[in-house]
Design a protein around this ligand. Structure first.
Ligand SMILES: [Zn+2]
Ligand SMILES: [Zn+2]
Length: 336
C-alpha cells in the first residue's frame, strides 16, 4: 500500500518527508498506458506533488498542482495532490520512449526537455485565488527541478530524490505491469540548521545511491534512517499516511463537457452512437453520456454568432458575462 511518512532530524532543524508510491504509480501508468520513459516522468511528478503538498499546504482541502514542460517529446507532465493523500496526473504523450542514457538510466530529462519551466500552483478551494509560482527547469529530470523550485521560489534548501524502476528494463512495452518500485524523499534544512549537520546530510545523500534500489532492500522508515544517519532521526507520523491515485471526475462533469457542443452536434452523436464518450485526461476513465442525459441539456442557449462558443444555457448560472469578450474577440450579448 502506498504511504507517506514524516520525520525530523538534528533536533528539529531537518525535515524529512518520504513516500513509497509503488502501487499508485503502477495504477497511473496502467490508466494512461504509459511507456517506460514517459511513465517514469509521470511517476516522479505524481510522487513530487504528494511530497510538495506536505511542504506547501496547510488545509486538507488545499491542492498543489505541479506542471513541468521542457519542450521535449513528452509534451508536458502534470500532477495534482493534496494532504488527504490523493493524487492524479497525466503526461501529454504517455507513449514516449527514448533509448536509455549512456549510464543505462531512463532518459527522463530527454523526454521532458530542459528548455522550460516547473510551475507549482497552490489552490485554496473553495476560497481564495490559486497561487502560482514557476522557475526555469534545471535538468528535466524532475527531482533536481523540484529542488531548484524549493530553493528559488520558497528559499528552502532541499535534497530531493525521486525514482521509478521497472522489473524488466529490456522490454519497452506495458510499463505499468512492471513497476518495481516508485517513491521519493524530500530532505529540508529549516532555520537553525547547523553547518555540521548539513555537511553530514550531504555526505549521506551522496553515498546513498538510487532510491528505488534502496526501496527494494529496505522499507521506507529504514531508508529515512539511512539518509539521516548520525543525525538523530525522529519519526513524526505515528501511522503511515495512506496514498492513492484518485480523480475527481464525475458523470456531471462529463455532461458539462458535452454541453459545450452545439445542439446539432449532440443530436448527431445520439443518432449515430446513442451518445458520446468522454475520456478524462487526468485519469483516463471513459464515461458514456447517453441520449437521455444529453436531453437534459435542452434548455435555451445563447452562442457566439462568430465562433459558436457557448455563452449561456438556461438553468446554468451565468457562464459568460454580458459585455465580456468572447474567445474570438466578439463582444458578448446575452440579451438579443
Ligand atoms: Zn478523471
Ligand atoms: Zn466567439
Amino acid at each position: 500500500m502506498a504511504h507517506l511518512l514524516r520525520g525530523m532530524a538534528a533536533g528539529g532543524t531537518l525535515r524529512v518527508i518520504a513516500a513509497d508510491t509503488t502501487d499508485l504509480v503502477a495504477e497511473a501508468l496502467g490508466r494512461h498506458d504509459a511507456a517506460m520513459t514517459a511513465g517514469a516522468a509521470l511517476g516522479r511528478t505524481l510522487t513530487a506533488s504528494l511530497l510538495l503538498s506536505h511542504v506547501l499546504l496547510k488545509d486538507h482541502r488545499d491542492r498543489v498542482t505541479v506542471k513541468i514542460d521542457g519542450g521535449g517529446p513528452l509534451g508536458g507532465v502534470i500532477a495534482d495532490a493534496g494532504l488527504d493523500g490523493t493524487v492524479r496526473g497525466y503526461a501529454r504523450q504517455p507513449r514516449v520512449e527514448l533509448p536509455p542514457r549512456s549510464d543505462g538510466k531512463l532518459d527522463v530529462g530527454g523526454a521532458v526537455g530542459r528548455d522550460g519551466h516547473i510551475e507549482v500552483i497552490r489552490s485554496h478551494a473553495p476560497y481564495g485565488d490559486p497561487y502560482a509560482s514557476s522557475v526555469e527547469l534545471a535538468s528535466g529530470e524532475i527531482a533536481e527541478d523540484v529542488a531548484t523550485f524549493l530553493a528559488r521560489s520558497e528559499q528552502i534548501a532541499s535534497a530531493v530524490l525521486l525514482g521509478v524502476s521497472y522489473d524488466d528494463a529490456e522490454r519497452a512495452d506495458a510499463a505499468a505491469t512492471r513497476v518495481r518500485r516508485a517513491g521519493g524523499i524530500i530532505l529540508q534544512a529549516l532555520p537553525g540548521a547547523e553547518e555540521a549537520a548539513l555537511t553530514l546530510l550531504e555526505a549521506n545523500v551522496r553515498a546513498f545511491g538510487q532510491l528505488t534500489d534502496a526501496l527494494a532492500r529496505q522499507d521506507l522508515l529504514q531508508v529515512m534512517e539511512t539518509l539521516t544517519w548520525g543525525l538523530d532521526f525522529e519519526l513524526l507520523t505515528q501511522q503511515p499516511l495512506p496514498l492513492a491515485f484518485h480523480c475527481r471526475c464525475s458523470d456531471e462533469k462529463a455532461l458539462a463537457a458535452v454541453a459545450y457542443l452545439t445542439p446539432g452536434e449532440r443530436a448527431e452523436m445520439v443518432a449515430q452512437d446513442g451518445g458520446a464518450e468522454v475520456v478524462c485526461h487526468w485519469c483516463g476513465e471513459a464515461r458514456f453520456v447517453d441520449g437521455e442525459a444529453m436531453a437534459t441539456l435542452s434548455g435555451h442557449e445563447v452562442r457566439c454568432p462568430d465562433c459558436g462558443a457557448l455563452w449561456y444555457r438556461e438553468g446554468v448560472t451565468t457562464m459568460v458575462r454580458d459585455e465580456e469578450r468572447c474567445a474570438c474577440g466578439r463582444k458578448v450579448a446575452l440579451t438579443a
